[in-house]
Design a protein around this ligand. Sequence first.
Ligand code: WT7
Length: 646
Amino acid sequence: MSSNLFEDTDSILSEERIFPPTQEMVDNANITAYMKSKGFDEYEAFYKWSLENRYEYWDDMAKELHWFEPWQKTFEWTEKPFFKWFVGGKINIVYNCLDRHMETDVRHKVAFHWEGDGGETRSITYEQLYVETNRLAKGLQNLGIKKGDRVAIYMPAILEQIVAVLAVARLGAVHTVVFGGFAASALRDRIIDAEAKLVITADGNHRGGKLIKLKQISDEAVAETPTIEHVVVYNHQQLEVPMKEGRDIYWNDLLADVPADTVVPCEPMDSEDLLYILYTSGSTGKPKGVVHVQGGYAVGAYATTKFVFDIKDDDIYWCTADVGWVTGHSYIIYGPLMTGVTSVLFEGTPAYPNPDRWWSVAERFKVTILYTSPTGIRGLMRFGEEWPAKHDLSHLRLLGSVGEPINPEAWMWYRHNIGHDELPIMDTWWQTETGSILISPTIIQPLKPGSATRPLPTIEADVVDKNSKSVGLGKGGFLVIRHPWPSQMRTIYGDPARYLTYWETLPNVYFAGDAATIDKQGFIRVQGRVDDVIKVSGHRLGSMEIESSLVSHPAVAEVAAIGKPDELKGEHVKVFVILKNGFEPSDELAKELKLHVRTTVGALAVPEELEFTPSLPKTRSGKIMRRVIRAKELGEPVGDTSTLDG
Ligand code: WT7
């Protein structure tokens, strides 16, 4: 990293608007009750206490969950930066999501109201979810799935996707959910890396009216994976799909002889046993399998759901993310189910068939808590205020945002049009690697548009220079966390050396990859990535993935992919392509190359801009200098080019 990286990140916040909480919010908040039990009535003093008493705080949170056996030690650095939380404890996160509620009134509560792309609806109670999860767990057991096995889940946003995740975790097997919008080779690579034995998929699904043939894509992927023994197919759309004898089995056939009263006890898992692997993009190399474990992850997801979303018994909670991303893991499935809340699960897209689809879903299900993305908000903003105005959104009491910085304009629109000028917005900063929210206001804290505000209890967030020294208020720097937290990733699957880079890029701290500032009042503003990760609609893409897709095309010699600011998506992809001898630039070729990215990586990665070029700036050792390309493209100072070749 060059020394003048902060030239464009140094910034003094000009945002002056501050929105304090109402007294009622403060009085009724979950976090207030906990703070009071520790003798505090004000967040900042409580936060200071939490930094000095982090193990007491996490012990308290963990004690609210069910453990088969208690832990002996709260935290241990095994071999720095490797660590353990709740050492010796035995738990199963699914017991906490389902079994525990069978003894309380939550049993009869709706766990999920589901709405399909086409408008059909279905609701499932906690008891029904428990029954279906047990049945599928039995079915998977019959296929030979056991503790530690990896299972890939490639499904649409339907209730069975949630059942699949829970059934796998119940058995102590490890799920790797692959976003239903990814292409065959992306699915294939993830299956190969995880050495998955089984894929659970569906025939297909509709999103925004478009049919996605999941089984067909999964067949293409599985054809090139040596480890897959079976493919379970949920028949969601009654499509005719080829079924391979001996390998493929329909979900319904698998469960045909499994009675409704089947109970497959939750596998008691060590705190540090794997719960899931979720693939995400880094700056270099293939996607990395972020590893989360049962114990710490459960505690982190639970505590943050309870405090950030301030979940109460009668809430109707809706997170618009997809289960294929970490947000869906922590805040559609695990966190909400552990709190026993009623949630909404939506299969469709925000503006189909009309730009008020989301607001219509929120109105009809009487949603009280809405958690969504800046891209979603900006996208719907464009259609105008009249669309939300058609709907009664008065049930809403709390809003959330995640995935990328939310610009103050979108923040204000969200508050005004969706939050009837009074609802608090939780701008939550976290990552696939962090497992749960680390920086966010709670309902009792003041808000500032465009700022994720303050770290949650025990989270020692700071903005530092390249020696891990605090840069001080108002100065740009690297966003880091100084001490592990329970839900943090434990390693990169099969590649511990890559895990080390998170702790070794800057001395002795966890470096997240983001630039940030802390303003004079202590509000944190996250500005975006300082590495070559591109954030399209809040989703992470590695420049490498796009580049390796394109160089696999016969016409392409070399490629550089960069992210460019985009009013709607946050960033979009631009690629610079050097063609092989004998190929000429043309519009048709550009089109073909874009299609190639779509079919090899997925729609999200398709470059919005493609430029043919005869050369690319490189270091003397031959590495493409994306930073230089990006600066030139945006008309910014190019910075340190001492390593540039020629
Ligand atoms: C990256 C992590 C966390 C779930 C979804 C994304 C960016 C995330 C915010 C926010 C500013 C944010 C960061 C981070 N990011 N939330 N509230 N404000 N930036 O998870 O795909 O692992 O991406 O998303 O750049 O590093 P992810």
